[in-house]
Design a protein around this ligand. Structure first.
Ligand SMILES: Nc1ncnc2c1ncn2[C@@H]1O[C@H](COP(=O)(O)OP(=O)(O)OP(=O)(O)O)[C@@H](O)[C@H]1O
Length: 263
């Protein structure tokens, strides 16, 4: 099940889907001299859901920011269609003075969508993420999970083909997090986007993904790639499957090695 970075993938795992996001020898050194990313080469194919785990500060968020164009990489090339990119952060980043509807309309407003169209699309997304009845609530009246749903709805409004998530559920309690994992998977299946997800939770990574990547400590490189052998849809009972548990254990060992810098 484990494929080391750089090793040829087994024939059975060969994936011929077109690439949705490619990092080719990407490295990142900040102006203050911090080498955040060593050299990363990675191809994420259309329809894949890839999670990245790695030690704190190893460059996971930096990688996403490079992909989205927020940071320019120091070396290498990123290939992705940025006109249809979704991005969700750990903080729901809602504007407190706008109601849910106004927040979900925001990105469309910035892109000049006509008022009626953005209202229609916003209400559709609000319904899709299970926030029917909350369109006219201000963020402060929502729970953490509801705020994150509103944030997801805002990103979904632009119909992203590549959707990046920077630890979106890290601040939520476990039950809410697991529920949102299922909701995210159902959105993934309905919308058919390509997912790139950062998390510190190994079980969340395995549950959501078709592939899990373990990064080394800073400067981050790809240490291991794990193909996840479960199809979609997934049910919560999967978390108790012995193969699931075994995979989580394997990834945990790899992550510990990454954190400690060696076995
Ligand atoms: N603008 C910046 N200037 C200088 N260094 C930065 C900047 N942004 C991030 N860094 C550094 O780059 C490294 C990678 O940061 P990054 O946020 O990508 O890590 P991460 O893996 O996402 O961490 P965490 O898991 O804790 O969220 C860290 O050492 C961080 O301090």
């Amino acid at each position: 099940m484990t494929v080391s970075a750089g090793a040829p993938e087994p024939a059975a795992m060969e994936d011929t889907r077109p690439a949705a996001l490619t990092f080719d020898k990407v490295s990142m050194r900040f102006p203050d001299g911090t080498q955040a990313i060593g050299e990363v080469s990675l191809t994420i194919r259309q329809g894949e859901f890839v999670s990245i785990v790695g030690p704190s500060g190893c460059g996971k968020s930096t990688l996403l920011k490079i992909a989205s164009g927020l940071f320019p990489q120091t070396t290498g090339t990123v290939t992705v269609d940025r006109s249809h990119l979704g991005y969700t952060f750990q903080d729901a980043t809602l504007l407190p003075w706008r109601k849910v509807l106004g927040n979900v309309e925001l990105l469309m407003e910035l892109r000049g969508y006509p008022k009626e169209e953005r209202r229609r699309i916003a209400l559709e997304q609000i319904s899709l993420v299970g926030l029917d009845g909350f369109a006219n609530h201000y963020p402060k009246r929502l729970s953490g999970g509801m705020r994150m749903r509103a944030s997801l709805a805002r990103s979904l409004s632009l119909n992203p083909t590549v959707f990046m998530f920077d630890e979106p559920f890290g601040a939520l309690d476990e039950i809410t997090r697991e529920r949102l994992n299922d909701e995210l998977l159902s959105l993934y299946m309905r919308k058919g986007f390509t997912g790139l997800f950062i998390t510190h939770s190994i079980s969340e990574a395995v549950y959501l993904s078709s592939k899990v990547i373990v990064m080394s400590r800073r400067p981050g490189t790809i240490l291991n790639v794990y193909d996840i052998p479960f199809g979609f849809p997934r049910s919560p009972e999967l978390r108790y499957d012995p193969v699931f548990t075994e995979l989580c254990g394997e990834i945990s060992v790899s992550l510990r090695e990454a954190t400690e810098g060696g076995a």
